[in-house]
Design a protein around this ligand. Structure first.
Ligand SMILES: [Zn+2]
Length: 115
């Protein structure tokens, strides 16, 4: 249930950027490394956003797959199940290169000109 903290953070960003306008849509990128589940964020969102300008906002999630950067040769590769071996040089492991973050990409408010 660690989505509570991130949901609070997302709501905080959204409310700060809304300028008091009602929020229609919020687009969030969820990195695979974070382990956050969109459905859980949505549940907390319904609770937390109640009574705010964001309470009717629709949440949209974009999933970002986990990638690793090889410590030996710098190649970035997908960390998908089968192993954490660099496809370039065969070194094991690597540093997380992508999919580590949960970020708010887009906030759409009523009266805005974006469609
Ligand atoms: Zn490598």
């Amino acid at each position: 249930m660690h989505e509570l903290g991130i949901t609070e953070a997302i709501l905080d960003i959204v409310l700060r950027h809304s300028g008091g306008a009602r929020v229609r849509k919020v687009q969030v990128t969820v990195g695979e490394w974070t382990g956050y589940v969109g459905d859980s964020i949505e549940l907390f969102w319904q609770e937390l956003s109640r009574g705010t300008v964001a309470e009717a906002a629709k949440l949209e999630f974009r999933f970002e797959p986990a990638t690793l950067r090889c410590r030996a040769c710098g190649t970035v590769f997908g960390a998908n199940g089968s192993g954490l071996e660099c496809p370039q040089c065969g070194a094991l492991g690597g540093e997380p290169a992508g999919g580590q973050e949960c970020t708010v990409d887009l906030i759409e408010v009523e009266g805005g000109d974006s469609t």
